[in-house]
Write a protein that binds this ligand. Structure first.
Ligand code: KG4
Ligand code: ZN
Length: 372
């Protein structure tokens, strides 16, 4: 079954052609990052206009790469939530147009669940094996930081979430304070490799102490606003940002000089974010006796997170799966792949399919185990 996967929820126009859920025949991404960089974040209406320009050429390129034509399609999957509404509507409308013209099903796909699926694209056997479940999945991107519990029977629920910023935002906003390029995650990752992660003790949001009985209501939740503010105050106190006030720093005060000590600060900041992600993920895995821990979403590209999470999960005796970098950041393959399972389960949409900004319809996943 050949499925066209379309993803336009944020700033990438991403399209893939996926055979039977896992064989990716084309995976094309047109990024708008440069268009949004001057604003330091994604502007929804600008994103929608850029998707409109890009979607047809990107779809045509995907067909060329796959050596397939529109007549070969069996279904269209499209991200319909959560995301920026004007941006989502471009993909949803385009997908409905193709489905109507070809008389094939259209499937709305939840972007959050698709990120989790992204970790299984090249591991179909693991996805279909009941022993893989329960899964604790850390979905960590520019829009989300949440822990999901997935059971083989098809239920999925959020067991922990950020109370403020997503981890990707914590990187992007820190990069903005430091006058680094957007998005901040990749550049902070790179700079941190030259610094000492133990140099500055930045706070770990909602950390659960070893002697704490259960950590209270926020045991599995995250918070990144504190560490971001600590970074800002640290930089001010040590004379790295001029003029020394928060508003000016966020809106373009003079860039700091990047000396060795500042590399240590950046590495220490990254460490605090990574340690929060690792600690909460391991707590969730223990609470729900997860067989497997999955890490996915754009921030899962982070080299320090991949390294520390792999070591910690393996030490806990559970299996660890991290998505391949090209399936961590937004892509069409995770959409087309997950859509295949919905079609297999006869869970398809009609032309009333709409876009949603919020994380809706998260309570169920297709039953993977035993699908074949
Ligand atoms: O999944 P994604 O492409 O889009 C969303 O759904 O948000 O994630 C984008 C986020 C950005 O915040 C970016 O800074 C972050 O992923 N990111 C990274 C790295 N690569 C991308 N964060 C930390 N380290 C990286 N290597
Ligand atoms: Zn995403």
């Amino acid at each position: 079954m050949l499925v066209l996967g379309i993803e336009t929820s944020c700033d990438e126009t991403a399209v893939a052609l996926v055979e039977d859920g896992h064989s990716v025949r084309a995976n094309v991404i047109s990024s708008q990052i440069a268009k949004h960089a001057q604003y330091g974040g994604v502007v929804p209406e600008l994103a929608a206009r850029e998707h409109l320009k890009a979607i047809d050429p990107v779809v045509n390129l995907a067909f060329r790469e796959a050596g397939a034509g529109i007549a070969d399609l069996d279904a269209v999957g499209v991200t319909n939530c959560p995301g920026l509404i004007p941006a989502l509507l471009v993909g949803v409308s385009y997908a409905k147009g193709i489905a109507a013209a070809r008389g094939i099903p259209v499937v709305g796909v939840n972007h959050f669940l698709a990120h989790i699926f992204g970790a299984f694209i090249d591991r179909p056997a693991r996805l279909l094996d009941a022993a893989t479940f329960p899964v604790i999945a850390l979905v960590v991107s520019g829009g989300h930081t949440a822990l999901a519990l997935l059971r083989g029977e098809g239920d999925c629920r959020i067991v922990g979430t950020t109370l403020d910023d997503a981890a990707g935002e914590a990187f992007d906003k820190a990069a903005k304070i430091l006058h680094l390029s957007y998005p901040g995650g990749p550049v902070i990752d790179k700079l941190s490799q030259q610094g000492d992660p133990g140099a500055v003790a930045f706070p770990i949001g909602l950390a659960v102490r070893k002697d704490s009985k259960n950590g209270g209501a926020n045991r599995l939740n995250f918070s990144f606003s504190g560490v971001k503010t600590s970074l800002l105050y640290y930089l001010k106190k040590h004379g790295y940002i001029e003029p020394p006030n928060a508003t000016a720093a966020f809106s373009g005060g003079a860039p700091p000089d990047f000396d060795d000590a500042l590399l240590d600060v950046v590495a220490s900041y990254q460490e605090a974010v990574v340690d929060a992600l690792v600690q909460k993920t391991l707590l969730a895995a223990a609470d729900y006796d997860a067989a497997t821990v999955v890490v996915c979403g754009g921030v899962a590209c982070n080299s320090r997170l991949r390294h520390k999470m792999a070591a910690a999960v393996e030490h806990s005796g559970r299996d660890f799966i991290v998505a391949r970098p090209e399936y961590c950041t937004d892509n069409g393959a995770m959409i087309g792949g997950l859509a295949y399972y919905y079609v297999c389960n006869s869970e398809v949409d009609d032309f009333s399919l709409d876009a949603g900004a919020r994380l809706m319809c998260i309570d169920s996943i297709p039953v993977f185990a035993g699908t074949r």
